[in-house]
Design a protein around this ligand. Structure first.
Ligand SMILES: [Zn+2]
Length: 317
């Protein structure tokens, strides 16, 4: 049986009791997932909330093959991989380590560095580095399913080490475009951040078309690069009003940019620029689920189950 992702989300909410892993301690977590088998069983529940059936013959009866993560259908005898089509596919890292990484990442608001995770789990740094970056790609994959709509603030931001002598858009720091959807009463909703090589009208258009639903109203500070948004199916409000500073009009966006900078500087010192996008993806993922912290482990696991595998080369080059 196939489910769309939003159905999966819904089913997960009603599946068993909400486990609220954000609120359980390390001992309880260890008791729930002491073995690969326990992790595998839980993975199956998350992946097939209404029960498993063979994609070829529809039979619900399967037997485990001794080889890791392989099943054999008792109807058609076909073999299938439990992790195919998920982030864990072909990963030699045991599921238990993945589960622990997801649990620790989910319960730590400030983010988790590879060094920290390596020490906590007693596994090599290279492995935790790759795991965390893979988890970040799953986070990005998840957020890419949703677009902002309604009233959206948009602004530019610069990340990375300070670049003395160069200010504004001539800086060599990593440039990014930030979009924040506003809820009723102007409260912040969801956020998206995209790094760009050049901060120009073309980059703004490309970002807006992917991140924001057509017809939405985009509020900016009126910088020239945003002016063509109205030609591409958006309502553009350049809101620099006389007597008001930029901060008055894009207040929440500026707050979020400061938070994103603090998130990166606090946990991940001296980031190589080519990886900044993934840390920003993590920041956005967490921000967008800030009211659902207790569910974060299950949500992250679902994100990994529905995300394509990423090779080491894709992460490092
Ligand atoms: Zn079958």
């Amino acid at each position: 049986m196939n489910y769309t992702t939003s159905q999966l989300d819904l089913l997960l909410l009603f599946y068993d009791n909400p486990l609220a892993y954000g609120r359980i301690g390390l001992l309880t977590f260890q008791e729930r997932f002491p073995t690969e088998k326990k992790c595998r069983e839980y993975l199956v529940k998350v992946r097939y909330p209404k029960g498993f059936s063979c994609p070829r013959c529809g039979s619900p009866a399967v037997g485990e093959v001794q080889t890791r993560h392989l099943w054999q259908c008792k109807g058609c005898r076909g073999q299938l991989s439990l992790t195919a089509g998920t982030l864990f596919h072909k990963s030699r890292t045991p599921l238990r380590e993945w589960f622990w990484a997801l649990f620790l990442v989910a319960r730590d608001k400030r983010g988790h560095s590879a060094l920290q995770l390596s020490k906590e789990l007693g596994i090599p740094y290279v492995r935790t580095w790759l795991m965390l970056h893979r988890i970040r790609t799953a986070m990005a994959n998840r957020d890419a399913r949703y677009r902002l709509s309604g009233i959206v603030e948009m602004d530019e931001a610069y990340f990375g080490a300070p670049d003395p002598g160069r200010r504004g858009r001539s800086t060599r720091r990593v440039k990014a475009i930030v979009a924040l959807g506003l809820r009723e009463a102007g409260r912040p909703g969801f956020v998206k951040i995209q790094t760009v090589k050049r901060l120009d009208a073309r980059a703004v258009k490309a970002f807006a078309e992917v991140a924001i639903s057509p017809g939405s109203t985009i509020r900016t500070d009126g910088l020239k690069v945003y002016n063509s948004l109205s030609k591409h199916g958006f309502q553009h409000e350049a809101t620099v009003a006389p007597g008001k500073t930029k901060d008055d009009v894009l207040h929440w966006t500026h707050t979020i940019i400061s938070n994103a900078k603090a998130f990166i500087a606090g946990t991940f010192h001296g980031l190589p620029e080519k990886h900044i996008q993934r840390y920003l993806d993590e920041f956005c993922y967490r921000f967008n689920r800030r009211q659902r912290e207790a569910e974060l482990f299950d949500r992250l696991l679902l994100a990994c189950v529905t995300a394509p595998a990423v090779t080491r080369d894709e992460l490092t080059t």
